[in-house]
Design a protein around this ligand. Structure first.
Ligand code: SAH
Length: 267
């Protein structure tokens, strides 16, 4: 082996776009766990949750989520940082809550890496969109209730002309609607769904910090869920699940071992 001459650029490192799953460290993939151990540096935000983040040595961690002042690190900064670290020859893990390609901006990062000629690998994770309802006893599909499920962002204002989520069309599917980033705009989209003809007594559940040690679940209907959110003080991160399947929780809850101690209290 000739060894690298001084001043020669190191070989470009690989960036791993890794899904952490919803937060319980046991719900990470075996591959994610190995990559975290082998990584030189881990770029993350808060979404992987306290247990997983707490298991990564401080020295390897770079927080690219919300800064102390509440300001978000720009996507541009994160993109550039990934490229920079890879060009230093580092083995970089970009750790994202749930699955990297579900509302995680993983797609943008993949495109940026590709455009800069940086090799990257996608490592799927269990998305909170399925696991969040599931750990609350709510299957996202169920033969008796629905044969379709939609994952949507609640971040947009439904009254905005340019809203990309067509709530009227969603209501018409009759399928389960799983809303991510949907705590703040809950009043707006529950109204939009009712205006579109969805029944006010349609079951709705909010699953806050799913699989984290302090998970909470709150339930109601399209008519009542905003009051329930306010009363319980439900905050992000939380999943909203809307549809007949949300009623399953009441029928299985007594025997739902996920909640008999493993995760947090019920509300
Ligand atoms: N890539 C993530 C989603 C990122 S968008 C995934 O696949 O899960 C951020 C939103 O995800 C949050 O606003 C919340 O709606 C949801 N979310 C992520 N983790 C969550 C968790 N543990 N419990 C509840 N909601 C969660």
């Amino acid at each position: 082996m000739s060894g690298a001459d001084e001043g020669e650029d190191p070989p470009v490192g690989t960036v791993y776009l890794v899904g952490s799953g919803p937060g319980d460290p046991e719900l990470m993939t075996v591959k994610a766990k190995r990559l975290l151990e082998e990584a030189d540096v881990v770029l993350h935000d808060k979404l992987p949750g306290p247990e997983i983040l707490g298991s990564i040595p401080e020295a390897k961690r770079e927080d690219v989520g919300k800064r102390a002042g509440g300001e978000r690190t720009s996507q541009e900064y994160t993109n550039d940082r990934l490229v920079e670290l890879a060009r230093e020859g580092k083995r970089v893990v970009r750790l994202k809550g749930g699955d990297p390609f579900v509302f995680g901006r993983g797609g943008e990062e993949a495109e940026h890496l590709a455009s800069e000629g940086i090799p990257f690998e996608y490592v799927p994770g269990i998305t909170s969109a399925i696991a969040g309802p599931g750990v609350a006893g709510i299957p996202v599909t169920h033969r008796d209730h629905t044969s379709s499920v939609s994952f949507v962002t609640g971040h947009e204002d439904p009254t905005k002309e340019e809203s990309m989520v067509d709530w009227e069309a969603l209501a018409a599917t009759g399928g389960t609607i799983v809303v991510l980033m949907g705590v703040g705009k809950l009043p707006a989209y529950t109204d939009a769904l009712r205006e579109a003809g969805m029944a006010g007594d349609t079951p709705v559940a909010l699953v806050e910090r799913a699989t984290w040690p302090d998970q909470r679940v709150a339930t109601g209907t399209l008519d009542t869920i905003v009051d329930v959110r306010d009363r319980e003080g439900i905050e992000p991160p939380a999943i909203t699940v809307i549809g007949g399947v949300a009623g399953t929780r009441e029928r299985v809850r007594e025997f739902l071992a996920n909640e008999l101690g493993e995760y947090g209290d019920e509300t």
